[in-house]
Design a binder for this molecule. Structure first.
Ligand code: CS2
Length: 507
């Protein structure tokens, strides 16, 4: 037994009023920091205002760390809201259970079939949807998808949903809403498609009942989620312990800003999430594109340029004048023209708010965190706006710089050292890309192999050799003259673009 403060629990909650446990109504897949500082906080506000059986059963995909920590503290944890001007703690207290899917895969299916569960929310990251790089369809060549299709306890999110819905269909078919909260455009529709593809790939008439049930009683609304939520550090745990007088091993840091725009199409009721500020709207698609491009797309650019400049934090990266210029230019000239803002959102205010959020120097958001999983995240952030810009006669030099920065970080050409933050970026494609880089003659050769031959960003972008060429040139500038020179080169080229875009000739 070590000394020091005791653990946060229901009996010892440091002055927080701990809500009475609600009965479970939501199953959440992806029990990471984001869910705990976002949907859980809105659910707490809804329960405080309206009550209802909307407790949350949280399912972590593989990691036991959060589940063990939560279980040791009666499923309670704090959210630390952090900015240079503020440090405040709150305690959502909405979880009724937590377990690890990899340890209890059958339990995921059983929970999905339980009629008490009326909403399944997902934060499984862009990586969790098992889509094929070139097509965006369910990746039937993925070993884990194939194993789920073959039967046995499902391990992929789409397999779990499909198997759970099959079981639910045969057990009475109570209506259900599946609500994706990941950074994918049209995330509801996409999830529905993937589940249907999975069911459609099952032999014979095995999926007939489930497919009819899906048509009849399952809703897949889309939603746009937004809150910058870094990873928890030991420093934060110690800080929270000092302030609370209790150890909270599961505390989550978050910025003050938060937003949730949801399509109001639920099959079996929902919590009053508007109590926490959620917006129910039929413009979710606009909210999503605005967020995925202006925020996430620019975030990736800042992360790769920052890491290559030796910065470990997003705030320090965007504080560099040249990176701020690149970020402003990508928003103003490349991402901005590709989105239609939802009603009530002012573009200038939104941009100003973005820079303030990225500049939050107290949050400790790392470039390595944002740069991680670029191969799947960038698929959401790059091809659509690039194709659109090229079609409108604008060449997206800064988006090309983002891709060059990504490849310089995760697939450095021989002899180029991208630095520790870049090395810390995890990416499922890293090994494959590194192999390509090891034998590439130069940046152009690498970009060609990755974008055109391997089609990392899909078939449509693979057809744009001019884009791959530009990425390659910028990789070479980064490696031969440094990242600041590459930023300048991209900005100069962008300045030289015609002010009035010309419609491109059909190639
Ligand atoms: C970030 C997002 O890691 C990333 O790719 O762009 O996690 C971002 O912080 C959130 O989407 C903000 O809502």
């Amino acid at each position: 037994m070590t000394g020091g403060p005791s653990r946060l629990t229901r009996g010892s909650a440091g002055g927080f009023s701990v809500p009475a446990p609600a009965r479970p109504g939501i199953l959440h897949l992806g029990l990471g920091n984001f869910h705990r500082a976002h949907q859980a906080v809105y659910t707490a506000a809804a329960l405080a205002q309206d009550g209802g059986d909307w407790g949350v059963v949280g399912v972590a995909s593989r990691s036991r760390a959060v589940v063990d920590a939560l279980r040791a503290q009666d499923l309670l944890y704090t959210v630390a809201q952090i900015s240079p001007a503020e440090f405040s703690l709150s305690l959502p207290g909405v979880h009724t259970d937590a377990f690890v899917a990899a340890d209890q895969p059958d339990r995921v299916v059983a929970q999905l079939a339980d009629p008490a569960i009326r909403i399944v929310t997902l934060t499984v990251t862009e990586n969790g949807y098992s889509t094929a790089a070139g097509t965006g369809r369910l990746d039937l060549d993925d070993r884990r998808v194939a194993a789920d299709l073959a039967g046995g306890a499902p391990r992929t999110t789409i397999g779990q949903l499909a198997r759970g819905l099959q079981r639910r269909a045969s057990g009475g078919g109570a209506p259900l809403t599946v609500l994706s909260c990941d950074n994918l455009a049209a995330n509801g529709e996409r999830t529905a498609h993937l589940v249907r593809e999975f069911l459609g790939a099952l032999p014979g008439s095995e999926a007939e009942e489930a497919l009819a049930y899906l048509d009849r009683a399952v809703a897949f609304p889309s939603s746009m989620v937004d809150r910058i939520v870094p990873a928890t550090t030991d420093l934060l745990r110690d800080d929270v312990a000092a302030r609370l007088g209790l150890r909270d091993e599961a505390t989550v840091p978050a910025e003050p800003f938060t937003m949730w725009a949801i399509e109001d199409a639920f099959a079996a009721g929902r919590p009053a999430w508007e109590a926490g500020g959620a917006v129910f709207t039929d413009e979710v698609d606009r909210f999503e594109l605005m967020k995925v491009r202006l925020l996430n797309g620019t975030h990736s650019l800042i992360a790769y340029l920052g890491a290559l400049s030796g910065e470990s934090l997003i705030a320090a990266s965007v504080a560099r004048a040249e990176i701020e210029r690149a970020a402003r230019a990508v928003i103003g000239r490349e991402y901005g023209p590709s989105v239609q803002l939802p009603e009530g959102i002012d573009g200038q205010e939104y941009e100003q708010q973005l820079f303030q959020r990225w500049g939050n120097s107290a949050l400790g958001h790392r470039t390595a965190q944002v740069g991680t999983d670029g191969s799947v995240k960038l698929r959401q952030r790059i091809p659509g706006p690039v194709i659109q810009a090229l079609g409108e006669g604008r060449f997206p030099h800064l988006i090309a710089l983002c891709v060059a920065g990504y490849l310089a970080c995760v697939a450095p050409l021989p002899g180029f050292e991208p630095g520790p933050e870049a090395r810390a970026m995890a990416d499922a494609a890293r090994d494959g890309l590194s192999l390509l880089a090891a034998s590439a003659r130069n940046g152009q050769d690498l970009a060609h192999r990755v974008i055109v031959e391997k089609q990392l960003f899909g078939a449509e972008l693979a057809a744009r050799q001019d884009f791959a060429d530009r990425v390659g040139e910028l990789i070479d500038t980064i490696r031969c003259h440094g990242v600041a020179a590459a930023i300048q080169e991209a900005l100069d080229a962008s300045d030289a673009e015609p002010a009035e875009p010309r419609k491109e000739q059909v190639r």
